[in-house]
Ligand binder design. Structure first.
Ligand code: DGL
Length: 275
């Protein structure tokens, strides 16, 4: 395998199973516009959230090796499912810094909750792993946490079906148990879910009869990544203009269309690669 780069001017690698990780890219581009970012969406194998931990680890190492071959200085895992089950293995196998989304999301949730119950909406894999309750318990033993797998929300986000009756109905069904368990804060524990944030926020408030605090781990992750790069002396030199390179494993055309709409900037060519 090629040697990872230690140079501040090297790109930052970011990956997810598909479009969802672009929520982290958008937050990174707002906070550190000078960084060069290489994003990989494993669109040939989305969704990850319904797969076994062994398969997710294999996919995560495959994506990471592609990014390392592109000379990245660190990897931001813009996927809760991978962060839940594969982060330790990635840190053992890969010789570069690897940052995940769970810990930043858990920190933001504890800070927002004021000790009231927290609900986690995530993929089947993320909820089954127990990664969020563990991370939250390590920060605040008093806080109750309940989790709800919400796999259909991944499909809706990938389809760009983020408004209207269908996403509202699906979100309501998934949120009901969390609100019934007393959740006053809901964590978007899948990077696809911020694409449906308005729907989730509206349905949660309607079910609870009061506003519910929504925590988006993408923003918290981007904040942590920026602080981490600065601490390690790996932040891109000030004054430079960053760039965004997009790689996918399938259907680059439809990815480009949704990505540019979502990022609010033209994305140029999306390169199709094989893992
Ligand atoms: N966006 C990813 C996550 O945060 C994965 C969704 C999926 O592929 O199922 O978990």
């Amino acid at each position: 395998m090629s040697t990872p780069s230690r140079r501040p001017e090297a790109p930052l690698g970011v990956f997810d199973s598909g479009l969802g990780g672009l929520t982290v890219v958008r937050a990174l581009r707002e906070r550190c516009p000078g960084e060069h970012i290489v994003y990989l969406g494993d669109t040939a194998r989305v969704p990850y959230g319904t797969r076994s931990p062994e398969t997710i680890i294999k996919y995560a190492l495959g994506c990471s090796r592609v990014l390392i071959r592109r000379g990245v200085k660190a990897i931001v895992v813009a996927c809760n499912t991978v962060s839940s089950v594969a982060l330790d293995m990635m840190r053992v196998e890969l010789d570069l810094p690897v940052l995940g989304v769970i810990l930043p999301g858990a920190r933001a949730a504890v800070a927002a909750s004021g000790g009231e119950p927290i609900g986690i909406l995530g993929t089947t894999g993320t909820i089954a792993s127990g990664a969020y309750p563990r991370a939250i318990a390590a920060l605040s033993t008093r806080t109750e946490v309940s989790g709800q797998p919400a796999p259909l929300l991944v499909a809706l986000a990938e389809e760009g079906w983020v408004e209207g009756e269908v996403p509202h109905l699906v979100a309501r069904r998934y949120l009901e148990p969390l609100v019934r368990a007393g959740a006053r804060t809901v964590v978007l524990g899948c990077t696809h879910f911020p694409l449906l944030r308005e729907v989730i926020e509206a349905e949660a408030a309607a079910l609870a009869g009061r506003p519910i605090t929504i925590v988006d781990s993408a923003h918290a992750t981007a904040d942590e990544a920026v602080a981490f790069l600065a601490e390690r002396g790996l932040a891109s030199p000030a004054g430079g203009r960053g760039s965004l390179e997009l790689l996918v494993t399938d259907v680059p055309k439809s990815f480009a269309a949704v990505a540019s709409r979502f990022l609010g900037e033209p994305v140029g060519d999306v390169e199709q690669i094989d893992l």
